[in-house]
Design a protein around this ligand. Structure first.
Ligand SMILES: Cc1cc2nc3c(=O)[nH]c(=O)nc-3n(C[C@H](O)[C@H](O)[C@H](O)COP(=O)(O)OP(=O)(O)OC[C@H]3O[C@@H](n4cnc5c(N)ncnc54)[C@H](O)[C@@H]3O)c2cc1C
Length: 408
């Protein structure tokens, strides 16, 4: 077996690994980047529907809050030292112009994720990184002289190792959780992992019947078994033949998975108006337009198929004048408080990220170095960090990868 030496060995050529290698090599460290797939950055290529939602326009505290309070605080240094504006500037300097789209998302103007990937491969190799693809690392151990890293036919000896092997989502891209057992063996804690940012499987015929409809002005809330609201989202919802997709439902998948079958989803189809306001409006409508169909009471933006489904869920039909008080209450409940049990998402095969990972209190948030194993660095989705749809996951991967590369 051939022994190859390096100052810094980076495992995994996704967003975090490419950025880490680029920064380590730019500091003059002899840097080797090992990738098990035949090509680097497969997830960048398929991201954002092949267009790569690179980052977001959100900044500062607002940006940190998107990852939750504990994780956001831990990420503060990474995000403030490499905010979205710095990531944008880096990519644009590589000749890839970017622009903003809906939901504060930043995309390449070319609409090609490949341009972003090529820019990062160019940055890493241009700085002197040696990239080896088709090289699957199988184990990592500590020697007297650094880390001994084994791949199929090769052994590597490195002073520092940066692990950037990602999580468990979309395993066909190479992310199969390889880093977790290595880190456990080195003494690290891996928190429970869940699929996140995935479409939801929902066993409700009315939802399947609305397949293809997109709603924008609806608020979804995940309810715990005791009725507590765990998270609310007011982002687009797509009804599918299996359940719900689109940014709103997908953002909630991680919370639903964590509730392990006990989650309920609450729909509010008129989030800007209280029950009392709606009831007053409806009473006026009934008095003035008694001959109209009850479906006309429903929010104006709802398509006809959705109106029919909601009326039928409430068990109401016919003219407004004939709408009894009890039936009006039922319709109001459907509009403001429609609750559907949702046991699971479509799982890792469809999840954009993995929730959970390497425990953050064991990693120095200023350098990404392990607090347990000097010389070992962890970055990207392998960490217990995840954000909503909107470029937040790449932003965290690039920012943590950068810190690892600057300190390894
Ligand atoms: C369909 C889809 C769309 C997405 N769209 C967006 C988006 O538009 N915006 C956004 O912000 N986020 C998006 N994400 C999430 C984003 O892609 C990830 O958060 C990000 O890629 C994580 O980067 P990473 O470098 O940590 O991990 P990864 O990108 O998963 O990279 C890990 C790399 O390590 C390699 N590897 C694993 N094990 C080994 C081993 N044993 N030896 C060698 N190499 C190994 C893998 O092959 C892989 O190349 C999307 C994800 C998916 C699946």
């Amino acid at each position: 077996m051939a022994l190859t030496r390096a100052d810094v060995l980076v495992v995994g050529a996704g967003a975090a690994g490419l950025m880490a290698a680029c920064c380590a090599a730019a500091r003059g460290r002899q840097t080797l980047l090992l990738e098990k797939s035949e090509r680097p950055g497969l997830k960048i290529l398929i991201s954002g529907g092949g267009r790569c939602n690179l980052t977001t326009t959100r900044t500062g505290q607002d940006l940190e809050d998107q990852y939750g309070s504990h994780r956001g605080r831990w990420l503060r240094h990474a995000l403030r030292s490499f905010p979205p504006a710095a990531l944008r500037e880096l990519v644009e300097r590589q000749g890839v112009p970017l622009h903003e789209e809906d939901l504060e998302k930043i995309f390449p103007v070319s609409r090609r994720a490949r341009d972003v990937l090529d820019a990062f491969v160019r940055l890493a190799t241009g700085a002197g990184t040696e990239l080896r693809t088709g090289c699957a690392v199988t184990s990592i151990g500590r020697g007297s002289d650094g880390f001994l890293v084994h791949a199929a036919a090769d052994v590597f000896l490195a002073r520092s190792v940066i692990l950037a092997t990602g999580g468990l989502s979309y395993p066909k891209t190479g992310a199969t959780g390889d880093g977790y057992p290595w880190l456990r063996a080195l003494g690290h804690t891996i928190t429970a992992t869940w699929p996140a940012l995935a479409p939801l499987a929902v066993d409700a015929p009315w939802i399947h019947a609305l397949q293809g409809i997109v709603l924008h002005e609806v608020e979804l809330a995940v309810l715990a078994p005791d009725g507590r609201v765990l998270r609310r989202r007011r982002r687009p919802i797509l009804f599918t033949h299996r359940g719900l997709s689109g940014p709103g439902p997908m953002d909630l998948a991680g919370d639903i998975e964590e509730l392990a079958g006990a989650a309920r989803l609450r729909f509010d189809f008129a989030p800007d108006r209280s029950r009392e306001q709606i009831e007053q409006e409806w009473l006026r409508e009934v008095a003035q337009h008694g001959r109209r169909h009850v479906g006309t009471l429903l929010p104006a933006g709802l398509p006809e198929r959705a109106r029919t489904a909601l009326c039928s869920l409430a068990g109401v039909d016919g003219a407004l004048a004939a709408l009894a008080k009890e039936a009006r209450r039922r319709l109001l409940d459907v509009v403001k408080n429609l609750i559907v049990p949702v046991r699971r998402s479509l799982g890792y095969a469809h999840a954009e990220v993995t929730r959970g990972g390497v425990a953050l209190d064991e990693i120095d948030g200023k350098t990404m170095q392990s607090r347990l194993v000097p010389g070992l660095f962890v970055c990207g989705e392998l960490l217990d960090v995840d954000g909503p749809i909107g470029g937040f996951n790449f932003q965290a991967a690039f920012a943590t990868g950068r810190l690892a590369g600057l300190h390894a």
